[in-house]
Ligand binder design. Sequence first.
Ligand code: 13P
Length: 251
Amino acid sequence: MRKKIVAGNWKMNKNLQEGVALAKELNGLLVADKPNCEVVICTPFIHLATVAGLINNEVLQLGAENCADKASGAYTGEVSAEMVKSTGAQYVILGHSERREYYNETPEILKEKVDLALANGLKILFCIGESLEQREANQQNEVCKAELEGSVFHLTPEQWANVVIAYEPIWAIGTGKTATSDQAEEIHAFIRSCVAEKYGQEVADNTSILYGGSCKGSNAPELFAKPNIDGGLIGGASLKASDFKEIIDAF
Ligand code: 13P
């Protein structure tokens, strides 16, 4: 059966000392009170190696928020999937709407990143989701399906086993406006049907599909109770250990 996962995306927050303190605090909370789901923190690159050395992987996994679309070489400022892996991280977030929008990451670029991440033994948290305009035009299903087809549906079923999908409606990210649990459940079920159409029902049933967008302790229990919502990808509420723990405790 598929995994339940709560993953934090710190985005561009926390300097090294603050990030280390947060990771230590969270790790302590989880060691003391074992979570009923997999917990992942995705941090800026500079935190990875240090944080990897101080968390207990039995209760807490680590991921990056991005990786390069090239394997290595003269790409000043970029960080490769191999480098991410070498820090001890297990995951990488790819396809986040902020990277698609602000850094012009196209489906083709994301496809390269996906392939490199998997080739280097990383698991992928792949984000999809529609804008407000697309939601108002009732295009959310086709937008999500196209994002899957554009960057991850070329994978083999074996590769797919290392992919987690995060549905993140752009209009709900950092806005305090969350999708209702019924809205989220409806599109999660649709996303699972797309996976079933591509890889078969068994693979679809084993695929974790997370919800992201203003998810917090107060709404996580209702969201996570839905049959097709397998956890969350958390931005703002992952920046304080007690807030994040409250979401983890929804399981
Ligand atoms: P918020 O939880 O801050 O809305 O961010 C969600 C998100 O983008 C996680 O990747």
